[in-house]
Design a protein around this ligand. Structure first.
Ligand code: SF4
Length: 284
């Protein structure tokens, strides 16, 4: 079953954790973090986000098929039923995506097949939940689109990018996310992933990146510092707005002082969890 797009409210209580999406929110704008993770203000997913959700779900299903069936026509056949399943679970989505947008999901899948042949791959996992605690006590939690493990034990983390954000902004965010996963896997398995691969399906391009231990150690300190800053702000409710060009993509301008709005009264640090990612976050 596909989880709710905006908030996974039925999930059992879990310890507060840091996800790449929420850490990225806090880095971008502490007030945005508050609106999303603490106030949980509703956001209407964009057509591009929904299309990305469908594409991610189709690619996950594709790798569940026998190798010989992993062809473009079969992937495109999966688009409509995947969308229908999403709508059956959340009928409010029905009006948000047109038939044309579903066609463009098919085009993104075409982009995927130009980048690799899934018949030649046997991933260890798709949509893999990784959760690990850093020595500082920070709990990391996130979902990896795909994990490939070679017979030699070398690990490759694959992330599909379907979004429309400007490339230079998207890449910094994507790299942050990939280092997050690499660090979590290193801590969980004792192996630094050999490759982090970003597949830009619309551009039909992929980027490969090789992390090293020194870099991930520095990144771990960065995550510790972000989490400490979140906890400090959480205690006082002092989540400051940080205006930038990314405000153009923010759904909460009406509540933001930078745009003449007033935030709702601070509800206090949530128990037990403020950092889960929605399905839309994961399909970014
Ligand atoms: S509009 Fe900009 S400054 Fe205001 S909450 Fe959103 S991202 Fe932050």
């Amino acid at each position: 079953m596909l989880p709710d797009l905006v908030a996974e409210e039925s999930a059992p209580p879990r310890r507060p954790a840091l996800s790449p999406s929420r850490a990225g929110d806090f880095k971008q704008c502490p007030l945005l973090y508050r609106f999303r993770a603490i106030d949980k203000l509703p956001e209407t997913p964009s057509a591009a986000q929904l299309r990305g959700t469908v594409v991610h779900a189709v690619l996950e299903q594709l790798f569940g098929l026998p190798r010989e069936e992993r062809v473009l026509s079969r992937a495109q056949e999966l688009v409509a039923p995947t969308w229908e399943r999403l709508v059956a679970e959340q009928p409010a989505l029905a009006t948000l995506l047109s038939g044309g947008a579903l066609d463009s999901a098919g085009a993104l899948l075409g982009g995927y097949f130009e980048l690799e042949d899934p018949r030649r791959l046997e991933p260890e996992a798709c949509e893999l939940l990784v959760e690990t605690e850093l020595p500082s006590g920070v709990l990391l939690r996130g979902y990896i689109d795909r994990l490939d493990v070679a017979p030699t034990g070398e690990i490759r983390v694959v992330d599909y990018k379907t979004g429309t954000a400007p490339r230079e902004i998207g890449e910094a965010k994507a790299l942050f996310q990939m280092k997050f996963y690499a660090l979590a896997l290193w801590r969980l398995r004792g192996v630094v992933p050999r490759q982090l691969r970003l597949m830009y399906l619309a551009d039909r391009q992929s980027l490969a990146y090789t992390p090293d231990e020194a870099e991930l150690t520095r990144f771990e300190r960065t995550l510790d510092a972000i989490w400490q800053a979140i906890l400090r702000a959480g205690r006082t409710g002092d989540f400051r707005p940080n205006r930038s060009r990314l405000c153009d993509w923010c759904s909460h301008q009406a509540h933001c002082p930078e745009f003449g709005g007033t935030p709702p009264e601070y509800p206090g640090w949530p128990e037990p969890d403020a950092s889960d990612e929605s399905l839309v976050d994961r399909a970014d």
